[in-house]
Structures are given as C-alpha cells and as structure tokens.
Design a protein around this ligand. Structure first.
Ligand code: JD8
Length: 412
C-alpha cells in the first residue's frame, strides 16, 4: 500500500544538528519515500565575504540578532521550490511560541508540506515573520517545545519532526500502538512489563510482573491498564484530568466552561448510577419500557463500565450534573462510540447535552472517522438533539431492542 509523502524543509546555520533524522524510524521513512526531508544551510543565502547571518540588536542589549535578508532569501527559495501554487506551512520554534502538544502534532501531520526555520542567537529579526506571511503567503506558526530556554530551534525541530512523522501512515509499524499513548487521549500510558515474569534484580530480591497481566483475561487486563492510566494521570498530571486543555468543542470551551469536567473514577460510580436512574426514567416512559440498562444495571456494572469506556463527569460546585462516555467500537476501531449522555433533569434544555456530545467527539483519537450513538426509537428529544448535531439514523433495529443507532462522519 503506498502512502502519501510528506515534504519537510529545515533551514539552520547548523545543518548537522539535524543528522539524527537520518536514524531509526524517521531515517527508514525517508529511505522508504514516506518523508522527503531536506536540510538547508542558512549561510548559503548570505553573500558577504563572511557569510554573516547576524548583527547587533537595534535598541541595544546583549547578544546578536539574525539578519532578515539571508532568511528572506532562504524561505523564498524553499517556498518557491515546490509544485506550482504549493506553499509550505512555516513552523518557527521560539520560547514564546504556542505550546507544542500531541494535538498540534496531529494537526501538523495532516499537512503535505512543512518548513522549519531554526533561529539562533537572540532570535530572528521580527520582519522575517511578517515577510513570510505577507510576501510569501505562508501560514506561520511560532511553537515552543516547553517552558525552558534552549540556545536555538534545532532541538525543537528534532522533537517536532519526530512527533509528527511517527503519526504518518506507514512510519510506525503497528499504528495500533499509537492509540493508547500518553497525550493521545488525555491519559498517561499504563506501566509495561516483559520477560521474565519474576526478575531477580539482586541476589534474593525478586520483582514480579502484576499477575493480572499473566491471566490472559483481556477484559481484566484492559480494566487494570485503564485504572493504572487514571491513577498515574491523577498523580503526575492532574491538569490533564481537569479539562485544562480547551480542545475545540472540548470541556473547557463553550457551555461546559463553568463546570468541572473530569475523567470519572470508581469513586464516582454511586452518583453515576443515581444520575442514570434519574435521567432514563423519561426514556423508559417514552419507550414504554423500563427494562433498559441505565435503569437496571448494578453499581458493579457501573464500575465495570468505567474500565471499558472513557467516562467524564460534569460537576457544579461538587454536584454531579452530567456525564458522557466514549470508546472505540470493539468491532471497528475507526468508529468512536458515544454513550450514556446524561444531564440532570433540572438542568436539561440549556445546551449541556450538546456540549457534552461535542466534548466526547473532540477527544476522539485522530484516526477515528465516524461517531456512533444509540437511543430509544421513541426518544424524540434525543433524536432531535442528535440530528441537529449532524447524526443520521441507521436503518433497521439499533444495537439494543427498541433503539436506533445514529452515526456521523468526522469532519476535518
Ligand atoms: C528558538 C534562539 C535562543 C531564546 C535568548 C537564548 C523552542 N522551548 C524553547 N526554549 N527555547 C527555545 C528556542 C530558543 C531559541 C530559538 C527556540 C532561537 N533561541 C534565544 C530567547 C532568549 N536566547 C524553545 N521551541
């Protein structure tokens, strides 16, 4: 199967700094034609005797600033070297840039052509950014690797190129492994182990692999791993748990912004059970059947569900007022199933349900292409909400008796 080739151009006064991109999977991807990576020496665009690329800062101050002319010529040469009308997206690392994240890596991985400008010294003359955007018509993104100071942009480019290229089809052997990675779905990864099952780390000291991993019980293993991810994230990166990253449509944006949105833990199970009972009574009446899972499941069922689905809680001053859950369709990994969308009866009709649905969609992994949801055939209000959100009913009986499935293609 042939995969599209992504073109990457890097301009630097230290081109050898990018040599690590000849190695490992990125090096192989270049040899396999999945990546067309070209490194350019900025000094090739400086024409004075010393090929100088820097000069003293106007307004005084320490250090030197990179001159505009060599950069303008370098970027114009790169931008003009593609197919007619094609233009690269320009990424300029800088300590003041937008934080580089997995979401940004996914965004850049969707681009056919990226160019990187590696600054040095105190930075690049500011007019170069304007020139690139206005005169060359490039989309310019200033990106920071993190809140610490480096000496130049090369290290950042190495990290960004690796994070982007490994998302390209065909670069990583088993794309499946991309799914449960840290930052892919807002949780840190679970601990991993390999042989021997019992390791003698020192004479008389044996360290064993958790028994659940030797059980062959894939459901139990999945639940243990999910629990490990929750606990690690809560311990090391609680900011990731509290919807602090405002992905479009995600928790902190729009109608949910004034609520506390968090990933559910077993401690939330009793309230989730109670809210389900409250919210599905109307569905039971509408569909003339109270024999529906949210009305009959046990507390143990709710806890088990937390192991199989990513579940979010919505709290207002501590009170659980809403929830939604989502997971990959066990039978089709490109479909993202959304379920148990619920809003406390006294708070319905204020757009919280739509916002929770948007949140569940927003956190879907990059390779998801379809959303799926299910509701009672006579649940007119839900059906209206989902249709307005772009879902369309799937002909025939839904996943459960008396229900209808609805799906929606993922856009953009
Ligand atoms: C590009 C020049 C050095 C920065 C004076 C030290 C990214 N997360 C990050 N930290 N630092 C950078 C970065 C630093 C750079 C350049 C990126 C170009 N420098 C300058 C300003 C203070 N020196 C970065 N991404």
């Amino acid at each position: 199967m042939t995969h599209p080739t992504m073109r990457l151009d890097v301009v630097s006064i230290f081109p050898d700094y990018l040599a690590p991109l000849d190695l490992s999977l990125i090096g192989k991807a270049r040899r396999d034609g999945l990546l067309d990576l070209r490194v350019h020496d900025l000094r090739d665009f400086a024409h004075d005797r010393h090929k100088s690329v820097d000069d003293t800062p106007y307004g005084g101050g320490a250090g030197m600033v990179m001159k505009p002319q060599p950069w303008a010529e370098a970027l114009a040469a790169v931008a003009g070297s593609g197919a007619e009308g094609a233009r690269p997206r320009l990424v300029v690392p800088g300590p003041g840039g937008a934080p580089f994240t997995q979401a940004m890596a996914r965004e850049l991985a969707a681009e056919p052509w990226l160019a990187f400008a590696c600054g040095r010294y105190e930075g690049i003359d500011e007019r170069v950014y304007e020139y690139a955007a206005q005169d060359l018509g490039l989309e310019v993104s200033v990106v920071s690797l993190g809140d610490y100071v480096l000496n130049g942009g090369e290290v950042a480019v190495l990290a960004i190129v690796e994070a982007v290229a490994r998302l390209l089809p065909g670069v990583i052997g088993n794309a499946e492994s991309l799914v449960e990675e840290s930052h892919e779905d807002g949780l840190l990864e679970y601990p991993v182990f390999t042989k021997p099952a019992s390791w003698e780390s020192a004479p008389g000291v044996t360290r064993d692999v958790p028994t659940v991993l030797l059980s062959g019980d894939h459901g139990a293993i999945a639940r243990w791993r999910h629990q490990q991810r929750l606990e690690r994230t809560a311990a090391r990166r609680p900011d990731l748990l509290h919807g602090s990253q405002a992905a479009p449509g995600s928790s902190a944006s729009g109608a949910l912004a004034s609520f506390d949105v968090a990933l559910a833990t077993p401690a939330d199970a009793p309230e989730l059970l109670t809210l389900s009972r409250a919210c599905w009574v109307t569905e039971g009446r509408a569909n003339a059947s109270f024999d529906i899972p949210p009305l009959v499941e046990s507390l143990e069922d709710v806890v088990a569900g937390l192991g199989e689905w990513q579940t979010w809680t919505v709290r207002s001053e501590g009170r659980l007022v809403g929830s939604v859950r989502a997971r990959r369709d066990p039978t089709d990994e490109t479909t993202w199933q959304v379920g148990r969308l619920m809003v406390a009866p006294d708070l319905q009709g204020r757009g919280l349900g739509r916002a929770l649905l948007a949140h569940a969609e927003a956190v879907a992994p990059a390779d998801v292409s379809t959303y799926w949801i299910n509701t009672g055939r006579a649940s007119e209000r839900n059906l209206r909400t989902y249709r307005r959100a772009g879902y369309r009913a799937v002909p025939g009986e839904g996943a459960y008796p008396g229900t209808v499935d609805l799906t929606k293609r993922r856009r953009g």
